[in-house]
Design a protein around this ligand. Structure first.
Ligand code: SF4
Length: 123
């Protein structure tokens, strides 16, 4: 995944997990919505990206990074922008997870749900 310029990249970030991402050879347009994409087109694209993430061996590392960095755009670790917004809304900004592993701990339920049958549209 490309690093997003607006993300608040944590000081302890490591990128080596990206070498093992299932999206490595995918079209990155699947993971980032084009301008003005709305409705069913956006739902379909997000689900297709989540399906790739569901089979990714570094999904937890990816989701952990995205939550900690507050990645503003894209599907990371199966989490869409809306999924992450729900996580951010729930977290206390005074104790916001910044260290490695804290994002995965703080949002374990959302990270698991992100690639559920319902999220993938196969429920
Ligand atoms: S979890 Fe998804 S976005 Fe992250 S590296 Fe894997 S396939 Fe790519």
């Amino acid at each position: 995944m490309p690093q997003q310029p607006l993300a608040q990249v944590p000081a302890d970030v490591r990128w080596n997990w990206q070498d093992f991402g299932a999206c490595r050879d995918s079209d990155q347009a699947l993971f980032f919505h084009p301008q003005n994409e709305r409705g069913s087109a956006r739902v379909k694209r997000d689900r297709a990206a989540k399906r790739v993430c569901a089979n990714c061996m570094v999904r937890l590392e990816c989701a952990d990074y995205a939550v900690r960095a507050r990645e503003p755009y894209g599907v990371w670790g199966g989490l869409s922008e809306e999924d992450r917004e729900q996580i951010y809304a729930r977290l206390d900004v005074r104790t916001y997870p910044r260290r490695q592993g804290e994002g995965a701990r703080a949002a374990a339920r959302e990270i698991a749900d992100a690639v559920s049958a319902q999220a993938l549209g196969i429920a």
